[in-house]
Design a protein around this ligand. Structure first.
Ligand SMILES: C[S@@+](CC[C@H](N)C(=O)[O-])C[C@H]1O[C@@H](n2cnc3c(N)ncnc32)[C@H](O)[C@@H]1O
Length: 294
């Protein structure tokens, strides 16, 4: 995803410095080797700045100081991302009172993913979250007209779809998920792109309120079946079929279609999609999902 230039001084959407072990571990090594300055990303890899490696710690161009003890703590923790504000670090982690899911931002060498109760919301093995997103979108390209994204998460599919669509309606059940997204530099366009309309609610209840045939494309990227079974139900698929245009296309993320756990799940999903009205359902294992067409 190309999110365009980012700025730590954007008054409309100020972001703190956000880093992980990926950015900070090399600074500890550079300091140990006697370097006085180094290049570092203040936004999980989206942009680079020159930082000073002082006796106290890492000094960023906006004068923020990351002390060496905090830098060592960040470098030692491979599963978390951290904000740096007013000299204090804070891990990006939210417990949801609504869903009772714990959410954390999980770093990779590319875009971060979100852990929900320990489960990653994007692929990170062999395929990074950015490539994962592009593969999902490619299955139903070109994305023009109105697009429905049933599960916002970090907003990656919504952001990618909004690059070519006229409008993207994206639904997120859990406000804590949006709290994590707000602190993720890679999710910035979710809050700044006027083409993206956010709905906070349950897709199972929200989709029935949309007009018939009102979307040209649907991206259905729910959590795994055991966390959100109703989003895999025939009743929900009927609603997706109803709101999709007759020449539209739906991408439904499932997970590795060949895995032992999914091999028994996929036939039921395809059957329920067909019972809901979809005539053609094709497997796209490169994107870990299926495409359904009316
Ligand atoms: C796999 S993630 C979506 C990833 C997203 N497409 C992206 O690109 O970042 C699934 C998201 O669906 C949300 N969710 C779970 N149940 C939901 C529901 N009933 N309605 C809407 N969102 C739901 C979860 O909170 C989670 O953030």
């Amino acid at each position: 995803m190309d999110h365009g230039p980012t700025s730590q001084n954007d008054r409309d959407y100020p972001l703190p410095i956000v880093v992980s072990h990926v950015q900070i571990a090399p600074l500890l090594q550079a300091h140990k080797a006697g370097a006085a300055t180094a290049l570092c990303s203040p936004d999980l890899g989206l942009s680079m700045v020159t930082v000073e490696l002082t006796a106290q710690g890492v000094r960023f161009p906006n004068d923020e100081l990351l002390c060496w003890d905090d830098a060592a703590a960040i470098a030692d923790e491979e599963n978390k991302c951290w904000t740096l504000r007013d000299g204090e670090i804070d891990d990006i982690a939210f417990f949801s009172e609504q869903t009772h899911w714990m959410r954390t931002l999980f770093p990779t060498l590319s875009a971060p993913t979100m852990l929900v109760s320990g489960i990653t919301m994007h692929r990170i093995k062999g395929v990074n979250p950015l490539e994962d997103t592009l593969r999902k979108i490619k299955t139903i390209a070109p994305l023009r007209g109105r697009v429905l994204d049933t599960a916002t998460g970090l907003g990656y599919t919504a952001i990618e779809a909004a690059k070519t669509a006229t409008e993207v309606v994206t639904i997120e059940l859990d406000p804590a998920g949006l709290e994590v997204a707000r602190l993720n530099p890679w999710s910035r366009a979710l809050f700044t792109d006027p083409k993206i309309k956010q709905v906070v609610g349950d897709a199972y209840a929200e989709v029935p309120t949309f007009a018939d045939r009102s979307f040209a494309r649907i991206i259905h990227d729910p959590p795994m079946f055991s966390m959100a079974g109703e989003l895999y139900s025939g009743a929900f698929y009927k609603q997706l079929y109803r709101v999709l245009k007759p020449n539209g296309r739906l991408f439904h993320y499932i997970g590795d279609l060949e895995s032992a756990s999914n091999r028994s799940l996929v036939p039921g999903i395809i059957r329920r999609l067909k019972e809901a009205g979809f005539k053609r359902v094709t497997r796209h294992n490169e994107a870990f999902g299926v495409v359904a067409e009316p």
